[in-house]
Design a protein around this ligand. Structure first.
Ligand SMILES: *Cc1c(COP(=O)(O)O)cnc(C)c1O
Length: 802
């Protein structure tokens, strides 16, 4: 595609044209740009971010073609097209690109399972087809056109997913993907906000299939059938399936008149549904049952997201071992680039397949990416990549196979290692070697959910209101640097911690944004200065100590004054203000960065009057302070529930806490948040016991009948409180909630799995979607804050991200 063709295609107006450039790549985010020819940069206005502010950066990184919505100033050798809406232009370009190819394209939509179905179809079909697909879960108005743009003449099958959150979005995605075959995975409550009913949501999603030849869906969802019947063209064949579970792991699938019998290694309902969708698609594509079964036997569970795990020698590994296309590599490198915890970055990469580029062009491009992302060390594994060793300028080592690599004396220390390889390289063995082996319990933190939640609250703030995020108590249990790092990346204005030590750790981990320390003891004042931290000052005594400490110095750290307005915890009372303002007047070295207070009952409408009184006090007290200052410090009052309920009290900044982690004391708000933390473990052992036997310490678990007991490696030392014992707590095993039996031990818990098929090694969810932390909190009459912050540090944290 040529630059000048875009004018007509996008109904825009060329503002300046230096030459007739060939468009090779579309970019919307300067962080992903590596210097190469043919970049077309789209300046898109987002919620927190305006692409127009980055055009110069994009230019400096090599982009010479731009699509913008308003005038920008760029050097003469840039080509600039002005359009009404850059995102729309991107979509029109992708659509035009799509029209050049006439191989089959599978479109996937539905409430859940889109990414898994897409990845599984790829696993099943890639032995026969050269597949182009959406990387990760790129399924939005932005992700879809970028995915479709990757189609080339070398491919012969496309698989793209489409996700929507509002009405009218799907029509746009349909025009870009133009699927010839479709899978409508299911319909459920996920992301309900933009729709009035399930039916309306199904109707909207069905538009993806408006002119498909064939659409596959499960007859379990009447809404889907209704939606499809109302939407698709007359030529479209609707293929509904249903199934019956037989003995063992056998399933009988009915597709029209046809009966397919197959064996699946999965038994949870979601995996069964996803797998059957794929099986039916293979059947529709003309594969025989024996081939289908042998392909299905090779299915691996899909890691949906990038995972960052704690590794040996104070390192981290980013596990991306299931996927090896070029775009996926860029996404993973971008994720690696955002991690500031360690300076040293290593990439371990296998041969790449199906990129549509020749070997030389491909590996030169990879070297280019490595240099751009400042990778310290590159390790190539595979015959192809080893042949290309001459092309690499980054410090690099090469091995012909995974075995060769594993038997080398490779080691890691204080670094972040991205491990990314094609499936047949079995890089999970590499990850296993590097990862830190704690016992089997992990707290999985979903970084994408954190980001969603962050954006949810941001959208409630007036644009000029700053945001402080509280990461005290190990980021409410989630893990300090990793979360702070994400917040820094998303440009929050402040972090808040309880103690100076926590803040010091953050600074050492590469966090440079301002940090407020709420409880600075006098023996930590030195650290404040050394690490550029800002204390909360809540009493006259403390203020005097602080001033004494810095008496001999020219500068002291800026302070945040806490006012007592009704919480009756910490803070200056009204009658202390006179003395406080005297001190502020006399000591010009004291710099007040902010004045704040804390609400005692912002979540509860019964305390509305009290909250209003607190706010009035806060206003009048801060006025008194402002009177003696020649500058204006920030004012802030609201925590999570305050942000929701009291937009008038957002002042200059708000302090977001628990909401970020997916909980909101205001219930209606919580429904709109994403689940952040999942605590998981695996069954250590399953045993049968006879009626009359007892289980655990104190013999409290008494078998009223013959029972089957599963032991899991989590106990009160991990933060699973003793109160959960004797059936009070329940865990999720294979989709079912099962009660604890007997007392919780220090490191172990026993579960009742009588009448279930459970094997050792099977995954057990302690909390996540089901049961939720709320369930756990209500079982033992506490609040989510306590459940979260109780999880002990010995539980390994894993960070997953899209
Ligand atoms: C913890 C804390 C917050 C955040 O409270 P949430 O209810 O978790 O949002 C805000 N301000 C102060 C002073 C805090 O200590």
């Amino acid at each position: 595609m040529k630059f000048s063709e875009l004018e007509k295609l996008c109904k825009g107006k060329i503002q300046q044209q230096a030459n007739e450039a060939e468009i090779k790549e579309l970019v919307t985010d300067t962080r992903n740009i590596s210097i190469r020819a043919g970049l077309l940069f789209f300046a898109i206005e987002g919620i927190n971010h305006d692409g127009h502010e980055f055009v110069t950066e994009a230019y400096e990184k090599g982009a010479r073609c731009f699509v913008v919505e308003r005038e920008v100033s760029l050097p003469d050798d840039a080509n600039v097209l002005e359009v009404r809406q850059s995102l729309l232009a991107l979509q029109m370009i992708a659509r035009a690109h799509r029209l050049q190819f006439d191989y089959p394209v599978i479109g996937v939509t539905g409430s859940n399972g889109k990414t898994i179905v897409k990845e599984w179809l790829t696993q099943l079909l890639d032995y026969k087809y050269s597949i182009v697909k959406s990387p990760k879960s790129y399924n939005s108005q932005l992700g879809v056109p970028l995915s479709v743009w990757q189609m080339t003449a070398q491919h012969n099958l496309g698989i793209f997913e489409a996700g929507i959150s509002e009405r009218s979005e799907m029509e746009r995605l349909e025009r870009i993907i133009q699927p010839t075959l479709g899978i409508f995975t299911n319909i459920g409550e996920a992301h309900n906000a933009g729709f009035e009913s399930l039916q309306q949501k199904a109707d909207e999603k069905a538009k993806l299939f408006a002119s498909c030849q064939k659409v596959i869906f499960s007859s379990e969802y009447p809404e889907i059938r209704r939606a499809l019947e109302a939407t698709v063209s007359e030529e479209t064949e609707l293929i509904a399936w249903s199934f019956e579970k037989l003995e063992g792991h056998q399933f009988k699938v009915l597709v029209g008149e046809t009966e397919l019998v197959l064996k699946l290694k999965f038994s949870d309902p979601a995996s069964v549904e996803n797998a059957i969708h794929c099986v039916v698609m293979l059947y529709v594509l003309g594969f025989g049952m024996d081939v289908i079964q042998s392909r299905v036997d090779t299915l691996n569970s899909v890691k949906m997201r990038l995972e960052m795990k704690q590794a040996v020698n104070r390192s981290y590994v980013i596990d991306d071992t299931y996927n090896n296309d070029l775009h996926g590599l860029e996404v993973a490198l971008d994720f690696l680039h955002r991690q500031n915890q360690k300076k040293k970055k290593t990439v371990i990469l296998s041969d790449l397949y199906q990129t549509g580029l020749s070997g030389e062009a491909l590996y030169a491009r990879i070297d280019d990416l490595m240099r751009n992302q400042q990778i310290s060390r590159f390790i190539g594994v595979g015959m192809e990549i080893s042949k290309a060793r001459g092309l690499f300028h980054t410090k690099a080592e090469f091995y012909d196979s995974t075995d060769d690599f594993l038997s080398s004396d490779f080691s890691i220390q204080d670094e972040i290692v991205l491990v990314k390889g094609a499936r047949d390289f079995q890089f999970e063995r590499v990850v296993q070697k590097l990862e830190y082996k704690a016992h089997g319990t992990i707290l999985e933190i979903n970084m994408e959910s954190l980001t969603n939640n962050l954006n949810y609250y941001r959208a409630k703030l007036r644009p000029e209101v700053k945001l402080m995020v509280m990461v005290k108590a190990f980021a409410y249990g989630g893990g300090n640097f990793e979360i702070a790092n994400l917040l820094q990346f998303h440009k929050v204005d402040y972090l808040g911690v309880a103690y100076a030590d926590e803040a010091v750790e953050l600074r050492r981990g590469g966090i440079h944004i301002p940090i407020m320390v709420m409880n600075p003891s006098s023996d930590s004042f030195r650290l404040l200065k050394e690490y550029n931290l800002e204390p909360e000052i809540y009493s006259l005594d403390q203020l005097l100590d602080f001033m004494d400490f810095f008496e001999a110095e020219d500068h002291m750290p800026p302070i945040h004054i806490k006012l007592e307005t009704g919480m009756n915890r910490l803070g200056f009372k009204a009658n202390e203000l006179k003395r406080l303002t005297e001190i502020l007047t006399l000591n010009k070295k004291l710099k007040v960065r902010s004045v704040f207070s804390h609400l005692a009952g912002s979540e509860d409408p019964r305390h509305e009057d009290y909250t209003k009184q607190q706010a009035q006090k806060f206003e009048s007290m801060s006025e008194e302070i402002f009177k003696v200052l020649w500058y204006k410090p920030l004012r802030h009052l609201c925590n999570t529930a305050g942000i929701d309920n009291y937009p008038n009290y957002h002042y200059d900044m708000v302090r977001l806490g628990i909401g970020l982690y997916g909980f909101d004391p205001v219930m209606d708000e919580e429904k709109k948040l994403s689940t952040v933390g999942t605590l998981k473990t695996h069954v250590s052992q399953v045993k049968a016991i006879n009626k009359g036997e007892t289980v655990g310490y104190g013999r409290l678990g008494f078998a009223q009948r013959d029972m089957k007991i599963a032991t899991v490696p989590i106990g009160y030392a991990d933060g699973y409180l003793r109160a959960f014992g004797n059936g009070v707590g329940k865990m999720n095993v294979g989709g079912k909630l099962v009660p604890t039996v007997g007392n919780i031990c220090m490191d172990m818990t026993m579960l009742d799995v009588t009448d279930m098929e459970v094997r050792s090694g099977e995954e057990v969810v302690i909390f996540g979607e089901n049961p939720s932390i709320h369930d756990l909190a209500s079982w033992i009459h506490t609040i989510p804050y306590e459940i979260l912050t109780n999880i002990s540090q010995r539980v390994k944290r894993t960070y997953i991200s899209g």
